[in-house]
Design a protein around this ligand. Structure first.
Ligand SMILES: [Zn+2]
Length: 304
């Protein structure tokens, strides 16, 4: 499944298209997780202005040149894209045939670049759990309740510890969370909740808990401030490392330029149940938490 690093890599790969104008929009299969809008062709004539990432969503902004007759800039149009379980955005030269599972092709012109050919952006998604939506229709539903970005300064040990303990600062005393009990759910489930922190998928939760020496089923509120601190550090490190390497959690995941990421080659425990712990040689065990495989070392990650 494309995780946060893959989406960040996809964002970066779209940079060469910034400033290019949309020449054509072709929808072949609108039925993704939600129905694709029927008026995507409205983007023809717009220019790709910016690509942002929030959690695993890409927010793609198109603007239009000043309309000379109206003497004003038309409003920007924004798309939200999600790659779902198996989606990818791939760039091909103009004239490349549509492949099976290419559900949307946006053709850009490179009129201002005499020597380059036009590029087609193919949204490819065999399992069709992804999404292509107008931002204005879905932003509040999809984006408003998300927690902080894991690599941002907002995601700190202080933040996570106090969120789990439900302790609040004095100036927040009216906050209702102060009346709630500390969070006793397994720590792995907590760090995978999007309202706690975004983009920590199964692979990164599993690996960071291993590196922090924390059993995935540990009740979150039993962790000390120091343990939370080490865990937060490893979550940030591992995501940063995966972004640098291009990310790869899906075996056939290819970034837009056609290269395959290779982060999975550096994993310690994810997907390695029964193999030896790289640190102590004990066979790695697996428990299911929220229906998800959670591989861990019984020796290096003891339950408290
Ligand atoms: Zn071990």
């Amino acid at each position: 499944m494309p995780e946060l690093p893959e989406v960040e890599t996809t964002k970066t790969s779209l940079k060469p298209l910034l400033g290019q104008q949309v020449n054509a929009v072709q929808v072949f299969q609108p039925k993704l997780r939600w129905q694709m809008p029927s008026d995507l062709e409205d983007l023809v004539g717009y220019t790709l202005h910016s690509v942002e990432r929030r959690a695993k969503y890409l927010i793609i902004t198109f603007t239009q040149a000043i309309n000379e007759q109206a003497q004003q800039q038309l409003p920007a149009r924004q798309l939200i894209m999600h790659l779902g379980m198996s989606g990818s955005l791939q760039q091909h030269p103009f004239g490349t045939d549509k492949r099976k599972h290419d559900h949307l092709i946006i053709t850009f012109s490179a009129a201002d670049c005499v020597n380059s050919t036009a590029t087609q952006l193919h949204y490819h998604d065999p399992r069709r759990f992804g999404a292509v939506l107008w931002y204005e229709d879905y932003s509040s539903k999809l984006l408003d309740h998300l927690g902080p970005e894991p690599l941002s300064p907002d995601f700190t040990a202080d933040y996570l510890y106090h969120l789990i303990q439900r302790t609040v600062k004095a100036d927040d005393a009216s906050d209702k969370t102060s009346k709630k009990r500390p969070i006793a759910r397994p720590i792995k489930s907590v760090i995978m909740e999007q309202k706690v922190v975004v983009g920590v998928g199964n692979i990164y939760a599993t690996e960071s808990l291993y590196l922090a020496g924390i059993h995935p089923a540990t009740p979150a509120h039993q962790l000390s401030y120091d343990q939370i601190s080490v865990l937060v550090k490893h979550i940030k490190d591992i995501l940063q490392k995966a972004i640098v390497l291009g990310g790869s959690t899906l075996r056939d995941f290819t970034i837009a330029s056609g290269q395959t990421g290779y982060f999975q080659q550096t994993l310690n425990v994810y997907g390695k149940q029964g193999e030896k712990c790289p640190h102590c040689d004990m066979p790695l065990d697996n428990i299911k938490l929220n229906g998800r495989a959670s591989v861990y070392c019984p020796n290096c990650q003891p339950l408290p």
